[in-house]
Design a protein around this ligand. Sequence first.
Ligand code: FAD
Length: 243
Amino acid sequence: MNECRTGRPVSDGAEQLLGVIHPVHEYGQVELVDYLGADRTVARAARTSYQGDEGKNEEADRKLIRRLWVDKHTSPFEMVALTFRIRMPIFVMRQHVRHRTASLNEWSFRYSECPDMFYVPARDDVRSQSSTNKQMSGDPLTDDVSDKARTLIDGLNHQAYATYKKLIELGVAREQARVVLPVSAYTQIVWSIDMRNLLHYLRLRLAPDAQKEIRAYAEVMAMIVRQGWPMIWDAYSAAEENA
Ligand SMILES: Cc1cc2nc3c(=O)[nH]c(=O)nc-3n(C[C@H](O)[C@H](O)[C@H](O)COP(=O)(O)OP(=O)(O)OC[C@H]3O[C@@H](n4cnc5c(N)ncnc54)[C@H](O)[C@@H]3O)c2cc1C
């Protein structure tokens, strides 16, 4: 471990989370790989508005951060940033990348081969189509139907991967062989986003109408914010409760 000195605000909670891999479903992962700023960073940035001093104590910071979030004075929250490494199926990634205020770099299947890793819903999580909302799923299906659905999904994943490997063996370029891969294949990204926009992401992707699979990723990121930035989480969750 490097003994390095830093003059910048550090979050004890975030330090403990750095490098910890949180599993999501069978193959998914979320890891906090880097961050900038702590709760104090937001309060300190906000006090610049009136050239105020550092604040009396933690309680003063907590109150200020709550006030800022309620008043939608959101720019101080942009002074904090988080970088995650995330492994997710391509169908989740398609929803995830819609959040344009983040920066990302994705693993390229032009450079390296896609691994044999595909999403199959758990037996108790094969869901029916909602009868009231055209976009959403409804109740879980019976075990019998779930087993049939999982066999179909798993079979197609295997067939697609076997075809992919055959194309590679034939000498087809990786960038073309990948056209047979289903959206259940896993991809990996490094994803960097400031706290203001991460909280916006969480609001949308923790909501009951978000797809359950992306919600599982949002829940891990919410846990990370709660542990690493407790005052910011407190301000956000209090506002959500009152919404
Ligand atoms: C439940 C749910 C269902 C969805 N269904 C669909 C769907 O059927 N089809 C589909 O295509 N997408 C769908 N989406 C994606 C959705 O339309 C948004 O693209 C996504 O949620 C990102 O939200 P955002 O634009 O607020 O976030 P970000 O892209 O992170 O942007 C954050 C904020 O920045 C501002 N901003 C960003 N870009 C612009 C811009 N170009 N102009 C002005 N302001 C901007 C806005 O204030 C925005 O809220 C769905 C999302 C959810 C949560």
